[in-house]
Design a protein around this ligand. Sequence first.
Ligand code: RIB
Ligand code: CA
Length: 309
Amino acid sequence: MTTRKIIMDCDPGHDDAIAIILAAVQPKLEILGITTVSGNAEIEKTTDNALKICDLVSLHDVIVSKGASEPIVRLRETAPGIHGDSGLDGPELPTPSRSWSDEHGVDTIIRLVKESKEPVTILPTGPLTNIGLALTKAPDIKDNIEEIVLMGGGTFGNWTPTAEFNIWADPEAARKVFESGIPTVVMGLDITHQALATTEVIDQVNQIDNRVSNIVGELLVFFASTYKEMFDFDGAPVHDVLTVAYLVAPELFKMKDVNIVVETKGEFTAGTTSVDLHGVTGREVNAKFGVGLDVEGFWKLMIDALKKY
Ligand code: RIB
Ligand code: CA
C-alpha cells in the first residue's frame, strides 16, 4: 500500500491534538513532520503541546519544529477562552521528553517538501502563517505539494460574525495559500460544526479505556465545556480532525468545487472567506469545500482508531 506523505502544521489546540492522534495510527499516512504556529496559544505553548501529544502516541522520531510566533502583518491574538491558558487545558500531560528542533518550522516545511521523493500533502490546522511564508521563501515547493488540506474559513464566522479564527488570525497568509494554485481542500465551519463531540460520543470514547482514549476523553470534556459556555453548543466541533479523516476516508465527505477569496482589507470583515457556492462571481474554482459529513461514519473512524492504541 502506498502511504501518503503528510506535514501537519498546527496550533494545538484540542482539535489539533486529536488530529495528530488520529493521523498517528493510520497505515495510509506517513507523518514527515509536525510544524507549529501561534494561534490557539503562543508559539512556545502550541509547540510544547505538540511535543506532549507526540509523546502520548509515541511519535518520537517525527521532527517537531517551532514556526511563526506571530502573523505576517497583523498582531497576534490567541484563544484561551476556548483552549485554556496552556492551549491544551483539561488533561495533565507529562513534560515533553524532547525539545523542538533547532530548525524553524517554515524551513522544515521547505526542506521536507524538497527532499520528498513523492509529492507531499500539507495539513494546516491553525493560522496559515507558516504556509504563506514557505511559499514566499521557496515558491518552487509548489511543484512537490500534492494538496493542501486545511481547516479554516466557511460561509460564516466564529471569531467575528463572518470570519473563522484560523483565517482571521492571518488573512494575508491565507490569501497567499488560496491564490497559490496548489490543489486545496477546505474544511470550513460549515462541515466542521457537523462533527460535534457530544456527551454520547465522549461516553463511547471513555468506554475504550486505554491510555490515549482516556486523554482524548479529557480533551473533549474540556473542549465541550468551553463551546457550551461560549456558543451554547451541545458538543465540541473537532474541526481539525476532519483534515485527517478526509485523507483516510474521503467517502465520508460531500465536497463542492468553489472559488474562495479572502478579505484582507475590510474594517469589519477582514479574515472573511467569500465562498462562491453557486458560481455567481464567475471566478475560477480554486478549492474543494466541505459541505456534508457522514457523522456516524466519522465517529466510527475515530473510535476505531482510538481502539488501536
Ligand atoms: O476556528 C477553529 C480553528 O481555530 C481550529 O483549528 C481550532 O484549533 C482553532 O485553531
Ligand atoms: Ca487548530
